[in-house]
Design a protein. Structure first.
Length: 117
């Protein structure tokens, strides 16, 4: 479901796909993130998503002018997971609000795996 902003000149609609791509790019810029993972980590198998598939690792929930974002990520071995998750939350919230003017209610991060280089 798209989020709509209205002003005196008209309206702007942000699709869920656009918002998830924006959040995915912001997430990948964060230190310690190897990639996004699929939302369904069944049987302990986690699929690493890169490039154009980033939005499959993101769930967007919208209400009137607010957005909730749930990210599914894979982190690098040896980093502080809580620090990486906190950095991702702050970065994604800031960038989505800065670029769209929407309010981000919350950003949830699920760490689905660790990658050893």
């Amino acid at each position: 479901m798209a989020v709509t902003q209205k002003n005196s000149l008209g309206k702007i609609e942000y699709s869920d796909e656009f918002l998830s791509n924006l959040a995915g790019v912001a997430t990948m810029d964060c230190y310690g993130i190897v990639g996004m993972s699929s939302q369904k980590a069944m049987d302990g198998i986690v699929e690493l998503l890169k490039g154009t598939n980033l939005n499959k690792g993101i769930k967007i929930s919208t209400n009137e002018n607010a957005v909730s974002i749930h990210l599914f990520v894979i982190v690098e071995y040896g980093v502080s997971m809580s620090a990486v998750a906190s950095n991702v939350m702050d970065t994604v919230k800031y960038r989505v609000e800065k670029f769209t003017g929407l309010t981000v209610d919350k950003v949830d991060v699920t760490i689905n795996g660790i990658r050893v280089e």
